[in-house]
Design a protein around this ligand. Structure first.
Ligand SMILES: Cc1cc2nc3c(=O)[nH]c(=O)nc-3n(C[C@H](O)[C@H](O)[C@H](O)COP(=O)(O)OP(=O)(O)OC[C@H]3O[C@@H](n4cnc5c(N)ncnc54)[C@H](O)[C@@H]3O)c2cc1C
Length: 442
């Protein structure tokens, strides 16, 4: 089918071309850096059949196709000048009697947490309430419960996928096992359009929320203490660190995270860290916070970019601590005059359950890392590249597929390490003509 009118009438959902009212609203992805893109068509899918029809139509016309969940991709991969498949109409969250959670690929994290909490359940996943469950899971899924329960994709037990030839397949450990392996952590948009995901959930924990500020500690000592301690803390406690500078203001350090412990043991564990760092912070602990509420309280603090503002992010994993020399250079650059706005370094603790899965068990290859470092600033601020290059001296060379970075030299090794050959074979088996394609696609 290549006739547009025929395609339009075949859909359960809606089709928007540039001359349609409503096009302006639906064409834009959430990431403001890519809001100028003007797709030829946006298909608001309301059924799996709509996805199949759109894939077949795009094959017939030769259009590029970009599946869109939450629309947050840092490399703009959920938009195109061809056809955007907006999956937000496929957002049902269901829980079966045997406690399998099935989530439509267009659902966002906020509504997912809300729906699961009604069943006393949750998933170890990220904080941003508008982030798509599909994009997050397909690239891994790091969050405040991850050191205890693993990546979001580690809880994935199956998925329904529309392939490049329009076939609908169900994959899990038994059916299409290679496809199922590849969906767990290689990054979105590579092998097909996922229409729903099936998860093994966890009981929703009650947490103790942690936030601490150090107004006047030398940041070098703080980061040294954090990188020696946080990745080895008990799994029940995850604390991340941000250092943020703004023009004319000294860098501000914030420790934030959560424990699935009561306040007393949490405070005691944090005492180990504050003892190491040598200064007493303003420490705020809030006990008895159900996980879904905790997520809301961190939506801004944990967000890689401020809502509604364009930002550029580069990142890398670290399998060992940064040296004093690297750290000193990194921190002096954070504070240099001439900044074009806020600059932020975020250190996310890995270790724990993330690393108890072997690197080849799923497509997510980064199972021996201690932490993830993000450099975030205004897109015009050259600091991001300088800061990244400085830290890269001690980095593992590995990059989180959900933080795609167009400037990487050897992206197959950075995103996929030793899993790349198997991923390339899966790509060849399921999408031999590269219907799903973008820069840095497998
Ligand atoms: C505010 C904010 C907070 C974040 N917090 C976290 C966090 O706590 N933890 C974490 O790990 N990451 C976090 N991230 C990063 C996030 O995981 C990635 O940006 C993720 O790719 C976003 O998915 P999306 O569905 O929102 O984006 P999209 O741009 O819609 O999708 C991302 C990629 O997946 C593809 N894709 C989407 N849906 C499908 C589908 N159904 N089938 C096939 N391919 C698909 C897209 O084509 C694109 O290539 C955050 C990002 C933001 C902006």
């Amino acid at each position: 089918m290549s006739d547009l009118a025929e395609f339009r009438t075949s859909l359960d959902g809606e089709l928007f071309s540039p001359d349609c009212p409503g096009y302006e609203a639906v064409r834009r992805p959430a990431n403001v850096a890519y809001q100028d893109a003007r797709p030829r068509l946006v298909v608001l899918c309301r059924s799996v059949s709509d996805v199949v029809r759109a894939v077949r139509y795009a094959r017939a016309t030769g259009d590029r196709i970009a599946p869109r969940g939450g629309g947050h991709c840092f490399a703009g991969r959920s938009t195109t000048d061809g056809i955007v498949l907006d999956l937000s109409g496929l957002d049902r969250v269901g829980v079966s009697d045997d406690r399998v959670v099935t989530i439509g690929a267009g659902a966002r994290l906020g509504p997912v947490y809300a729906a699961l909490r009604a069943h006393g359940l949750t998933l170890p996943a990220g904080c941003g309430p508008t982030v798509g469950i599909a994009g997050l899971t397909l690239g891994g899924g790091i969050g405040l419960l991850g050191r205890e329960y693993g990546l979001t994709c580690d809880r994935l037990i199956g998925a329904q996928v529309v392939l490049a030839d329009g076939r609908i397949v169900d994959c899990d450990k038994v059916r299409e096992p290679d496809l199922f392996w590849a969906l767990r952590g290689a990054g979105g948009g590579q092998f097909g359009v996922v229409t729903s995901l099936r998860f093994d959930p966890i009981p929703e924990p009650v947490t103790t929320r942690v936030e601490a500020h150090w107004p006047d500690i030398p940041a070098g000592e703080l980061v040294s203490a954090w990188q020696a301690w946080a990745p080895d803390a008990p799994d029940e406690l995850t604390v991340n660190l941000t250092l943020e500078s703004a023009p004319g203001a000294p860098a501000r350090a914030t420790l934030f995270g959560a424990a699935t412990l009561k306040a007393g043991p949490t405070r005691k564990l944090l005492g180990e860290f504050t003892g190491l760092s040598g200064a007493v912070p303003a420490l705020e602990l809030r006990a008895g916070v159900p996980y879904h509420q905790l997520k809301h309280t961190f939506a801004d603090l944990d967000a890689p970019n401020p809502p509604g503002r364009a930002a550029r992010l580069r990142s890398e994993f670290f399998a060992r601590a940064m040296s004093h020399r690297t750290l000193a250079s990194l921190l002096s650059q954070l504070d240099t005059p001439g900044a074009m706005g806020r600059r932020r370094l975020t250190l996310t603790a890995m270790g724990g359950a993330y690393n108890r899965v072997t690197a080849d068990a799923t497509a997510f290859a980064h199972r021996g890392e201690r932490f993830l470092l993000e450099h975030i600033a205004d897109p015009a601020d050259p600091w991001v590249d300088r800061s990244w290059a400085t830290a890269h001296a001690d980095g593992s060379g590995h990059v989180y597929p959900n933080f795609p970075d167009p400037r990487l030299d050897d992206w197959p090794a950075a995103y996929h390490a030793g899993n790349y050959p198997r991923l390339a074979a899966v790509k060849n088996a399921y999408d031999p003509h590269r219907f799903f394609d973008f820069p840095q696609a497998i």
